[in-house]
Design a protein around this ligand. Structure first.
Ligand code: SAM
Length: 324
């Protein structure tokens, strides 16, 4: 059995694949202020190119694939891509990160196309909060999308809330909402990716975790998924909340993922610059064997850890470009 293991002994089995860098929202921490437009689609990998690359990754032991962006549901014919990559031998889990604005009319088709899990961004339950943080008045659409995802049978649905000074007073309301709906909540510390995100008021989730644990009587819980969140839950298992704490308690030693941008650049770390250009390679006529070799070389470049705390100015790349 082929495996991809980096220099630090970490087995790489997980790829986050950005299928578009476009998004219909303007989340203050994700897209730079004054942002004018997105790159032209002729740079984007085609579905054929994506399928080929994922097949070669899967031959090397890739098991889990997450489609992200930008907003992945804005990529034309995304359900066709889902069907194609879900059918690749070795891919056991196909998930999507979405802002849910398009989910109400797409949830069923995505489920039928083989998507197994959904992560949905929700930073506020107040209409004006969503408009301020996410840049568009779309709370109703998001909530309708979440309901449609649940009705289509996605379990669990994970709700991602980036915790900032701007919405810290809403954490308990979002806990209550997720408890009622049966969603898993994940609270995320804002990462200093670009000036806009650096300006957001960082909230340390360690005290929040201690407070929620006490208030709701939560106990340590394990949730499968291979991700970095540390989970707490109600003793009856009815509600689970995860804490993704890249700043206050980084989790690089267990990082099992790499990220591919829509234009075919493989990033080895969210917070570092190591990368490999697979679009140029594929369009230059590389054989499957040469691409497989390049994947191995790229994995060898994976750095030990990010430096968000020591060097927050270092990164000039936004989450919307890399694929969150
Ligand atoms: N549009 C999709 C969505 O909303 O899930 C997928 C892309 S979005 C970039 C993926 C995730 O990255 C979202 O949960 C978003 O909140 C998170 N994100 C973006 N910028 C971030 C930052 N600077 N720090 C922490 N999380 C961030």
């Amino acid at each position: 059995m082929n495996t991809l293991v980096d220099r630090f002994g970490r087995r790489i089995e997980y790829l986050r694949l950005s299928v578009t860098d476009r998004c219909d929202l303007r989340c203050a921490y994700c897209i730079p202020e004054g942002f004018k437009g997105f790159e032209e689609p002729d740079h984007w990998l085609t579905f054929d190119e994506i399928e080929r690359l994922i097949r070669l990754f899967a031959d090397l032991g890739l098991k889990r694939l997450r489609l992200t962006g930008g907003e992945p549901l804005l990529r034309k014919n995304i359900t066709d891509l889902c069907r194609r990559v879900a059918a690749i031998p070795g891919i056991e889990d196909l998930s999507i990160s979405t802002n849910a604005t398009q989910l109400a009319h797409m949830a069923r088709d995505l489920k039928q196309a083989g998507v197994t899990r959904l992560n949905v961004s929700l930073d506020s339950l107040r209409p004006e909060g969503v408009e301020r943080i996410n840049g568009r008045p779309v709370l109703d659409k998001i909530l309708a999308g979440l309901d449609a995802g649940r009705d289509a049978g996605f379990r669990p649905i994970k709700v991602n809330m980036v915790a900032m000074r701007e919405n810290a007073d809403e954490i308990d309301d979002i806990v209550a909402y997720c408890m009622e709906k049966g969603f898993v909540l994940r609270l995320i510390e804002v990462m200093p990716m670009g000036d806009t995100a650096r300006k957001m008021g960082y909230v340390d989730l360690q005290p929040v975790k201690a407070r929620l644990q006490k208030r709701f009587g939560l106990v340590d819980t394990v949730l499968s998924g291979g991700g970095p969140a540390r989970y707490l839950g109600t003793p009856d298992g009815g509600f689970t909340v995860g804490f993704i704490t890249p700043i206050s308690q980084h989790f690089c030693e267990t990082c099992n993922r790499v990220r591919l941008t829509v234009d075919g650049i493989l990033h080895l770390c969210l917070g570092q610059e190591e990368r490999m250009d697979f679009r140029t390679l594929m369009r230059g006529g590389a054989t499957d064997k040469e691409i497989t070799e390049a994947i191995r070389l790229a994995i060898d470049l994976k750095p030990e850890r990010h430096e968000f705390t020591e060097a927050p100015q270092k990164l000039v790349r936004f989450m919307s470009m890399t694929g969150g």
